[in-house]
Design a protein around this ligand. Structure first.
Ligand code: NAD
Ligand code: MG
Length: 405
Protein backbone atom coordinates (compact mmCIF):
# COMPACT_ATOMS: atom_id res chain seq x y z
CA UNK A 1 0.00 0.00 0.00
CA UNK A 2 3.02 2.26 0.26
CA UNK A 3 3.51 2.28 -3.51
CA UNK A 4 1.81 4.89 -5.69
CA UNK A 5 -1.73 4.03 -6.73
CA UNK A 6 -1.54 2.39 -10.16
CA UNK A 7 -3.69 3.93 -12.88
CA UNK A 8 -6.65 2.05 -14.24
CA UNK A 9 -4.89 0.94 -17.41
CA UNK A 10 -2.16 -0.72 -15.32
CA UNK A 11 -4.80 -2.54 -13.31
CA UNK A 12 -6.70 -3.70 -16.38
CA UNK A 13 -3.49 -5.07 -17.89
CA UNK A 14 -2.95 -7.37 -14.89
CA UNK A 15 -2.66 -10.98 -15.93
CA UNK A 16 -4.94 -13.23 -13.90
CA UNK A 17 -4.91 -16.91 -12.89
CA UNK A 18 -8.09 -18.39 -11.45
CA UNK A 19 -7.63 -21.44 -9.21
CA UNK A 20 -11.03 -23.11 -8.92
CA UNK A 21 -12.40 -21.47 -12.06
CA UNK A 22 -15.48 -23.70 -12.29
CA UNK A 23 -16.73 -23.06 -8.74
CA UNK A 24 -19.16 -20.38 -7.61
CA UNK A 25 -16.43 -17.83 -6.92
CA UNK A 26 -14.44 -18.83 -10.04
CA UNK A 27 -17.46 -18.42 -12.30
CA UNK A 28 -18.33 -15.07 -10.70
CA UNK A 29 -14.71 -13.93 -11.20
CA UNK A 30 -14.83 -14.80 -14.87
CA UNK A 31 -18.10 -12.91 -15.17
CA UNK A 32 -16.42 -9.81 -13.73
CA UNK A 33 -13.61 -10.26 -16.28
CA UNK A 34 -16.10 -10.63 -19.16
CA UNK A 35 -17.79 -7.44 -18.02
CA UNK A 36 -14.43 -5.62 -17.81
CA UNK A 37 -13.58 -6.71 -21.37
CA UNK A 38 -16.96 -5.37 -22.58
CA UNK A 39 -16.56 -2.13 -20.65
CA UNK A 40 -12.87 -1.35 -21.08
CA UNK A 41 -11.73 -3.37 -24.10
CA UNK A 42 -11.11 -6.98 -25.09
CA UNK A 43 -7.57 -7.01 -23.71
CA UNK A 44 -8.63 -6.31 -20.09
CA UNK A 45 -7.43 -8.92 -17.57
CA UNK A 46 -5.64 -11.39 -19.87
CA UNK A 47 -5.78 -14.90 -18.40
CA UNK A 48 -2.73 -16.99 -17.61
CA UNK A 49 -4.33 -20.15 -16.21
CA UNK A 50 -7.70 -21.62 -15.24
CA UNK A 51 -7.98 -24.71 -13.02
CA UNK A 52 -10.66 -27.14 -11.85
CA UNK A 53 -10.68 -30.48 -10.06
CA UNK A 54 -13.13 -32.71 -11.96
CA UNK A 55 -15.40 -30.45 -14.04
CA UNK A 56 -13.63 -31.06 -17.31
CA UNK A 57 -16.54 -29.97 -19.53
CA UNK A 58 -17.00 -26.68 -17.73
CA UNK A 59 -13.26 -26.01 -17.72
CA UNK A 60 -12.93 -26.71 -21.45
CA UNK A 61 -15.89 -24.42 -22.25
CA UNK A 62 -14.38 -21.59 -20.21
CA UNK A 63 -10.97 -22.11 -21.84
CA UNK A 64 -12.45 -22.00 -25.36
CA UNK A 65 -14.32 -18.82 -24.56
CA UNK A 66 -11.76 -16.89 -22.51
CA UNK A 67 -8.49 -18.19 -23.97
CA UNK A 68 -6.15 -18.60 -21.00
CA UNK A 69 -2.65 -19.82 -21.86
CA UNK A 70 -3.13 -22.90 -19.68
CA UNK A 71 -5.98 -25.05 -18.37
CA UNK A 72 -5.33 -27.56 -15.57
CA UNK A 73 -7.58 -30.32 -14.28
CA UNK A 74 -6.64 -31.62 -10.81
CA UNK A 75 -7.88 -35.16 -11.46
CA UNK A 76 -5.04 -36.68 -13.47
CA UNK A 77 -7.29 -39.33 -15.03
CA UNK A 78 -9.07 -36.56 -16.98
CA UNK A 79 -5.99 -35.31 -18.86
CA UNK A 80 -6.66 -36.99 -22.18
CA UNK A 81 -10.27 -35.84 -22.12
CA UNK A 82 -9.18 -32.26 -21.46
CA UNK A 83 -6.53 -32.41 -24.21
CA UNK A 84 -9.10 -33.74 -26.65
CA UNK A 85 -11.60 -31.03 -25.77
CA UNK A 86 -8.96 -28.32 -26.13
CA UNK A 87 -7.29 -29.55 -29.30
CA UNK A 88 -6.94 -26.76 -31.81
CA UNK A 89 -7.79 -24.09 -29.20
CA UNK A 90 -4.19 -23.01 -28.59
CA UNK A 91 -4.71 -23.54 -24.84
CA UNK A 92 -2.16 -25.85 -23.17
CA UNK A 93 -3.71 -28.61 -21.03
CA UNK A 94 -2.16 -30.22 -17.94
CA UNK A 95 -3.42 -32.38 -15.08
CA UNK A 96 -2.65 -33.52 -11.55
CA UNK A 97 -1.95 -31.97 -8.17
CA UNK A 98 1.59 -30.87 -9.11
CA UNK A 99 0.23 -29.22 -12.25
CA UNK A 100 -2.16 -27.16 -10.07
CA UNK A 101 0.82 -25.86 -8.12
CA UNK A 102 2.78 -25.23 -11.33
CA UNK A 103 -0.19 -23.27 -12.70
CA UNK A 104 -0.05 -21.01 -9.64
CA UNK A 105 3.67 -20.48 -10.27
CA UNK A 106 3.23 -19.37 -13.89
CA UNK A 107 3.74 -15.63 -14.27
CA UNK A 108 0.50 -13.80 -13.56
CA UNK A 109 0.01 -10.60 -11.58
CA UNK A 110 -3.08 -11.77 -9.73
CA UNK A 111 -4.04 -15.21 -8.48
CA UNK A 112 -7.69 -15.70 -7.52
CA UNK A 113 -7.56 -18.39 -4.82
CA UNK A 114 -11.02 -19.98 -5.23
CA UNK A 115 -10.37 -23.66 -4.58
CA UNK A 116 -12.47 -24.96 -1.70
CA UNK A 117 -10.84 -26.29 1.46
CA UNK A 118 -7.30 -27.23 2.41
CA UNK A 119 -6.79 -28.51 -1.15
CA UNK A 120 -6.10 -24.87 -2.01
CA UNK A 121 -3.19 -24.50 0.41
CA UNK A 122 -0.23 -25.59 -1.75
CA UNK A 123 -1.15 -23.75 -4.96
CA UNK A 124 -2.13 -20.56 -3.12
CA UNK A 125 1.07 -20.58 -1.09
CA UNK A 126 3.13 -21.11 -4.26
CA UNK A 127 1.50 -18.01 -5.74
CA UNK A 128 2.07 -16.01 -2.54
CA UNK A 129 5.73 -17.00 -2.44
CA UNK A 130 6.40 -15.75 -5.94
CA UNK A 131 4.87 -12.37 -5.03
CA UNK A 132 1.58 -12.45 -6.94
CA UNK A 133 -1.33 -10.40 -5.64
CA UNK A 134 -3.45 -13.02 -3.90
CA UNK A 135 -7.17 -12.33 -4.10
CA UNK A 136 -8.29 -14.76 -1.43
CA UNK A 137 -11.64 -16.51 -1.40
CA UNK A 138 -10.22 -19.77 -0.02
CA UNK A 139 -10.45 -18.78 3.67
CA UNK A 140 -9.36 -22.28 4.74
CA UNK A 141 -5.83 -21.22 3.71
CA UNK A 142 -5.65 -18.67 6.52
CA UNK A 143 -7.49 -20.84 9.03
CA UNK A 144 -5.28 -23.89 8.48
CA UNK A 145 -2.01 -22.09 7.79
CA UNK A 146 -2.31 -18.48 8.98
CA UNK A 147 1.27 -18.13 10.32
CA UNK A 148 2.72 -19.78 7.18
CA UNK A 149 0.88 -17.35 4.90
CA UNK A 150 1.76 -14.45 7.15
CA UNK A 151 5.44 -15.34 6.77
CA UNK A 152 5.13 -15.76 3.00
CA UNK A 153 3.41 -12.38 2.67
CA UNK A 154 5.71 -10.51 5.08
CA UNK A 155 8.10 -9.35 2.38
CA UNK A 156 5.54 -9.27 -0.40
CA UNK A 157 5.16 -6.10 -2.42
CA UNK A 158 1.41 -6.52 -2.23
CA UNK A 159 -0.87 -7.55 0.56
CA UNK A 160 -3.42 -10.26 0.29
CA UNK A 161 -6.75 -8.88 -0.92
CA UNK A 162 -9.68 -10.68 0.67
CA UNK A 163 -12.59 -11.73 -1.55
CA UNK A 164 -14.73 -13.06 1.29
CA UNK A 165 -17.48 -10.43 1.29
CA UNK A 166 -17.14 -9.41 4.96
CA UNK A 167 -13.36 -9.04 4.86
CA UNK A 168 -13.46 -7.33 1.50
CA UNK A 169 -15.97 -4.90 3.01
CA UNK A 170 -13.62 -4.39 5.99
CA UNK A 171 -10.77 -3.58 3.62
CA UNK A 172 -12.97 -1.04 1.86
CA UNK A 173 -13.91 0.51 5.22
CA UNK A 174 -10.32 0.55 6.45
CA UNK A 175 -8.59 1.81 3.32
CA UNK A 176 -7.43 5.33 3.90
CA UNK A 177 -8.66 5.44 7.50
CA UNK A 178 -6.72 5.98 10.68
CA UNK A 179 -6.04 2.36 11.65
CA UNK A 180 -4.55 3.43 14.99
CA UNK A 181 -8.06 4.54 15.95
CA UNK A 182 -9.63 1.22 15.00
CA UNK A 183 -11.65 -0.28 17.85
CA UNK A 184 -13.40 -3.30 16.39
CA UNK A 185 -14.38 -5.11 13.21
CA UNK A 186 -17.82 -6.73 13.21
CA UNK A 187 -18.57 -9.36 10.59
CA UNK A 188 -22.21 -9.92 9.74
CA UNK A 189 -23.68 -13.41 9.39
CA UNK A 190 -26.92 -14.21 7.60
CA UNK A 191 -27.67 -16.83 10.23
CA UNK A 192 -28.20 -19.40 7.47
CA UNK A 193 -31.36 -21.36 6.69
CA UNK A 194 -31.89 -22.50 10.32
CA UNK A 195 -31.58 -19.12 12.02
CA UNK A 196 -35.02 -19.41 13.61
CA UNK A 197 -35.16 -23.21 14.02
CA UNK A 198 -35.23 -24.97 17.38
CA UNK A 199 -32.58 -27.58 18.25
CA UNK A 200 -35.30 -30.20 18.04
CA UNK A 201 -36.16 -29.22 14.47
CA UNK A 202 -32.47 -29.06 13.48
CA UNK A 203 -32.02 -32.74 14.40
CA UNK A 204 -33.48 -33.91 11.10
CA UNK A 205 -31.92 -31.35 8.73
CA UNK A 206 -31.08 -32.84 5.31
CA UNK A 207 -28.13 -31.87 3.08
CA UNK A 208 -30.61 -30.32 0.61
CA UNK A 209 -32.02 -28.06 3.33
CA UNK A 210 -28.54 -27.11 4.55
CA UNK A 211 -27.19 -26.09 1.14
CA UNK A 212 -30.26 -23.99 0.32
CA UNK A 213 -28.88 -20.68 1.57
CA UNK A 214 -31.48 -17.91 1.86
CA UNK A 215 -29.35 -15.10 0.37
CA UNK A 216 -26.20 -16.38 -1.31
CA UNK A 217 -25.63 -18.98 -3.99
CA UNK A 218 -22.47 -20.84 -2.97
CA UNK A 219 -20.64 -24.17 -3.19
CA UNK A 220 -21.90 -27.03 -0.99
CA UNK A 221 -19.14 -26.90 1.64
CA UNK A 222 -19.41 -23.20 2.45
CA UNK A 223 -23.22 -23.45 2.37
CA UNK A 224 -23.11 -26.07 5.12
CA UNK A 225 -20.57 -23.93 7.01
CA UNK A 226 -23.02 -21.03 6.79
CA UNK A 227 -25.83 -23.21 8.12
CA UNK A 228 -23.77 -24.30 11.17
CA UNK A 229 -22.28 -20.78 11.59
CA UNK A 230 -18.84 -22.44 11.37
CA UNK A 231 -18.36 -20.14 8.38
CA UNK A 232 -18.50 -17.12 10.69
CA UNK A 233 -16.06 -18.81 13.06
CA UNK A 234 -13.63 -19.51 10.22
CA UNK A 235 -14.07 -15.89 9.16
CA UNK A 236 -13.13 -14.57 12.62
CA UNK A 237 -9.88 -16.54 12.31
CA UNK A 238 -9.44 -15.27 8.74
CA UNK A 239 -9.95 -11.69 9.96
CA UNK A 240 -7.41 -12.22 12.74
CA UNK A 241 -4.71 -13.07 10.19
CA UNK A 242 -5.75 -10.49 7.57
CA UNK A 243 -6.03 -7.50 9.89
CA UNK A 244 -3.74 -8.60 12.72
CA UNK A 245 -6.42 -8.16 15.39
CA UNK A 246 -7.06 -10.26 18.52
CA UNK A 247 -10.44 -11.92 19.18
CA UNK A 248 -11.34 -9.04 21.55
CA UNK A 249 -11.41 -6.68 18.55
CA UNK A 250 -13.40 -9.02 16.33
CA UNK A 251 -17.10 -9.65 16.55
CA UNK A 252 -19.98 -11.25 14.68
CA UNK A 253 -23.60 -10.16 14.48
CA UNK A 254 -26.49 -11.91 12.77
CA UNK A 255 -28.07 -9.83 10.02
CA UNK A 256 -30.59 -11.92 8.11
CA UNK A 257 -30.80 -9.74 4.98
CA UNK A 258 -27.07 -9.94 4.05
CA UNK A 259 -27.07 -6.32 2.94
CA UNK A 260 -24.58 -4.95 5.48
CA UNK A 261 -21.43 -7.05 5.16
CA UNK A 262 -19.16 -5.56 7.79
CA UNK A 263 -19.02 -2.80 10.40
CA UNK A 264 -15.84 -1.04 11.44
CA UNK A 265 -15.86 0.83 14.76
CA UNK A 266 -13.46 3.63 15.61
CA UNK A 267 -12.41 5.07 18.95
CA UNK A 268 -14.46 8.23 18.34
CA UNK A 269 -17.65 6.15 18.50
CA UNK A 270 -18.15 6.10 14.72
CA UNK A 271 -19.24 2.88 13.13
CA UNK A 272 -18.90 2.56 9.35
CA UNK A 273 -20.88 -0.02 7.41
CA UNK A 274 -20.48 -1.50 3.96
CA UNK A 275 -23.68 -2.27 2.06
CA UNK A 276 -24.26 -4.06 -1.21
CA UNK A 277 -26.50 -6.65 -2.75
CA UNK A 278 -25.45 -10.15 -1.67
CA UNK A 279 -23.55 -10.76 -4.91
CA UNK A 280 -19.95 -12.01 -4.87
CA UNK A 281 -19.23 -9.98 -8.00
CA UNK A 282 -19.07 -6.89 -5.73
CA UNK A 283 -16.09 -8.04 -3.59
CA UNK A 284 -14.49 -9.77 -6.58
CA UNK A 285 -14.60 -6.52 -8.57
CA UNK A 286 -13.04 -4.61 -5.69
CA UNK A 287 -10.35 -7.28 -5.30
CA UNK A 288 -9.45 -7.36 -9.01
CA UNK A 289 -9.47 -3.57 -9.24
CA UNK A 290 -7.79 -2.92 -5.89
CA UNK A 291 -6.68 -0.33 -4.89
CA UNK A 292 -8.91 1.39 -7.43
CA UNK A 293 -12.49 0.53 -8.42
CA UNK A 294 -13.66 -1.05 -11.64
CA UNK A 295 -17.13 -1.36 -13.15
CA UNK A 296 -18.99 -4.46 -11.97
CA UNK A 297 -21.91 -6.44 -13.41
CA UNK A 298 -23.18 -7.07 -9.86
CA UNK A 299 -26.80 -6.54 -8.87
CA UNK A 300 -27.51 -3.11 -7.39
CA UNK A 301 -29.08 -2.64 -4.00
CA UNK A 302 -32.61 -1.29 -3.64
CA UNK A 303 -32.98 -0.36 0.03
CA UNK A 304 -36.57 0.84 -0.29
CA UNK A 305 -37.54 -2.55 -1.67
CA UNK A 306 -35.71 -4.35 1.15
CA UNK A 307 -37.41 -2.08 3.69
CA UNK A 308 -35.91 -3.35 6.94
CA UNK A 309 -32.48 -4.35 8.15
CA UNK A 310 -32.36 -6.41 11.35
CA UNK A 311 -29.51 -7.39 13.68
CA UNK A 312 -29.31 -9.91 16.53
CA UNK A 313 -26.61 -11.61 18.61
CA UNK A 314 -25.60 -15.08 17.38
CA UNK A 315 -26.94 -17.97 19.47
CA UNK A 316 -23.92 -20.09 20.49
CA UNK A 317 -26.18 -22.72 22.09
CA UNK A 318 -27.93 -23.64 18.88
CA UNK A 319 -24.83 -22.97 16.77
CA UNK A 320 -21.92 -24.38 18.81
CA UNK A 321 -19.53 -24.33 15.81
CA UNK A 322 -19.15 -20.58 16.24
CA UNK A 323 -18.15 -21.07 19.87
CA UNK A 324 -15.68 -23.81 18.94
CA UNK A 325 -14.02 -21.60 16.33
CA UNK A 326 -13.80 -18.67 18.75
CA UNK A 327 -12.17 -20.96 21.32
CA UNK A 328 -9.66 -22.16 18.70
CA UNK A 329 -8.77 -18.59 17.77
CA UNK A 330 -8.32 -17.80 21.46
CA UNK A 331 -6.10 -20.81 22.14
CA UNK A 332 -4.16 -20.49 18.88
CA UNK A 333 -1.33 -22.93 18.18
CA UNK A 334 -2.45 -26.02 16.30
CA UNK A 335 -6.14 -25.53 17.13
CA UNK A 336 -7.25 -23.63 13.99
CA UNK A 337 -5.56 -26.19 11.69
CA UNK A 338 -7.29 -29.03 13.55
CA UNK A 339 -10.61 -27.18 13.55
CA UNK A 340 -10.46 -26.72 9.79
CA UNK A 341 -9.58 -30.33 8.96
CA UNK A 342 -12.14 -31.78 11.39
CA UNK A 343 -14.83 -29.53 9.96
CA UNK A 344 -14.02 -30.48 6.35
CA UNK A 345 -14.38 -34.17 7.24
CA UNK A 346 -17.57 -33.66 9.27
CA UNK A 347 -19.18 -31.64 6.45
CA UNK A 348 -18.22 -34.32 3.93
CA UNK A 349 -19.82 -37.02 6.13
CA UNK A 350 -22.95 -34.90 6.59
CA UNK A 351 -23.25 -34.27 2.83
CA UNK A 352 -22.84 -38.04 2.33
CA UNK A 353 -25.73 -38.59 4.79
CA UNK A 354 -23.48 -40.52 7.18
CA UNK A 355 -23.85 -38.18 10.16
CA UNK A 356 -26.61 -35.81 11.26
CA UNK A 357 -26.44 -32.03 10.91
CA UNK A 358 -26.00 -31.52 14.66
CA UNK A 359 -23.28 -34.18 14.52
CA UNK A 360 -20.97 -31.76 12.69
CA UNK A 361 -20.27 -29.73 15.84
CA UNK A 362 -19.99 -32.91 17.93
CA UNK A 363 -17.42 -34.42 15.54
CA UNK A 364 -15.40 -31.20 15.47
CA UNK A 365 -15.45 -30.93 19.25
CA UNK A 366 -14.46 -34.59 19.80
CA UNK A 367 -11.69 -34.34 17.22
CA UNK A 368 -10.35 -31.18 18.84
CA UNK A 369 -10.18 -32.85 22.25
CA UNK A 370 -8.68 -36.09 20.89
CA UNK A 371 -6.03 -34.18 18.96
CA UNK A 372 -5.20 -31.92 21.90
CA UNK A 373 -4.34 -35.07 23.88
CA UNK A 374 -2.37 -36.61 21.01
CA UNK A 375 -0.36 -33.63 19.69
CA UNK A 376 1.87 -31.04 21.30
CA UNK A 377 -0.43 -28.18 20.32
CA UNK A 378 2.22 -26.05 18.61
CA UNK A 379 1.24 -24.14 15.49
CA UNK A 380 2.59 -25.89 12.38
CA UNK A 381 5.42 -23.71 11.05
CA UNK A 382 5.64 -24.81 7.41
CA UNK A 383 3.34 -26.07 4.67
CA UNK A 384 4.66 -29.61 5.22
CA UNK A 385 3.78 -29.41 8.93
CA UNK A 386 0.33 -28.03 8.16
CA UNK A 387 -0.38 -30.81 5.66
CA UNK A 388 0.87 -33.47 8.10
CA UNK A 389 -1.36 -32.19 10.92
CA UNK A 390 -4.24 -31.81 8.48
CA UNK A 391 -3.87 -35.46 7.37
CA UNK A 392 -3.53 -36.74 10.94
CA UNK A 393 -6.63 -34.79 12.00
CA UNK A 394 -8.64 -36.07 9.05
CA UNK A 395 -7.79 -39.67 9.91
CA UNK A 396 -8.85 -39.09 13.53
CA UNK A 397 -12.04 -37.26 12.52
CA UNK A 398 -13.00 -40.08 10.13
CA UNK A 399 -12.62 -42.63 12.93
CA UNK A 400 -14.85 -40.49 15.14
CA UNK A 401 -17.39 -40.09 12.31
CA UNK A 402 -17.49 -43.83 11.68
CA UNK A 403 -18.05 -44.47 15.36
CA UNK A 404 -20.88 -41.91 15.38
CA UNK A 405 -22.51 -43.06 12.13
P1 NAD B 1 -17.20 -24.50 -5.15
O1 NAD B 1 -17.36 -25.83 -4.55
O2 NAD B 1 -18.32 -23.89 -5.89
O3 NAD B 1 -15.94 -24.51 -6.14
C1 NAD B 1 -14.69 -25.04 -5.78
C2 NAD B 1 -13.69 -24.97 -6.93
O4 NAD B 1 -12.50 -25.61 -6.49
C3 NAD B 1 -14.13 -25.70 -8.20
O5 NAD B 1 -13.58 -25.04 -9.32
C4 NAD B 1 -13.49 -27.07 -8.04
O6 NAD B 1 -13.22 -27.69 -9.30
C5 NAD B 1 -12.21 -26.75 -7.31
N1 NAD B 1 -11.80 -27.84 -6.43
C6 NAD B 1 -12.59 -28.59 -5.60
N2 NAD B 1 -11.85 -29.51 -4.95
C7 NAD B 1 -10.58 -29.34 -5.36
C8 NAD B 1 -9.37 -30.02 -5.06
N3 NAD B 1 -9.32 -31.06 -4.21
N4 NAD B 1 -8.23 -29.59 -5.66
C9 NAD B 1 -8.26 -28.57 -6.55
N5 NAD B 1 -9.39 -27.90 -6.87
C10 NAD B 1 -10.53 -28.28 -6.29
O7 NAD B 1 -16.74 -23.52 -3.98
P2 NAD B 1 -17.01 -21.95 -3.82
O8 NAD B 1 -18.32 -21.73 -3.20
O9 NAD B 1 -16.69 -21.24 -5.10
O10 NAD B 1 -15.93 -21.59 -2.73
C11 NAD B 1 -14.56 -21.53 -3.01
C12 NAD B 1 -13.82 -20.95 -1.82
O11 NAD B 1 -14.24 -19.59 -1.66
C13 NAD B 1 -14.12 -21.65 -0.50
O12 NAD B 1 -12.95 -21.64 0.28
C14 NAD B 1 -15.17 -20.78 0.15
O13 NAD B 1 -15.14 -20.83 1.56
C15 NAD B 1 -14.74 -19.41 -0.35
N6 NAD B 1 -15.84 -18.44 -0.41
C16 NAD B 1 -16.91 -18.68 -1.22
C17 NAD B 1 -17.96 -17.77 -1.26
C18 NAD B 1 -19.16 -18.00 -2.16
O14 NAD B 1 -20.02 -17.13 -2.24
N7 NAD B 1 -19.26 -19.10 -2.86
C19 NAD B 1 -17.92 -16.61 -0.47
C20 NAD B 1 -16.79 -16.40 0.33
C21 NAD B 1 -15.76 -17.30 0.36
MG1 MG C 1 -18.10 -14.52 3.97
Amino acid sequence: MSEARPDLSQILSRKVTVLGATGTVGVATLDVIRHARKTYGADAFPLQALTAQKSVDALALLAHELKPELAVIGDASLLSELREKLSGSGVRAEAGQEALIDAAKEPSDVVMAAIVGAAGLAPTLAAAERGAIITLANKECLVAAGPVFRKAMANARHKMVPVDSEHNAALQLLDGSDTAALEKITLTASGGPFRTWTMERMRSVTPEQAVAHPNWSMGAKISVDSATLMNKGLELIEAHYLFDLPLEQLDAVVHAQSVVHCLVSYTDGSQLAHLSAPDMRVPISYALGWPRRISSPARRLDLAQIGQLTFEAPDMERFPCLRLARDCLQSGGAAPTILNAANEVAVEYFLGRRIAFLGIAEIVESTLSAMSRETNGAAPASLAEVLALDAETRARAREICRAAA
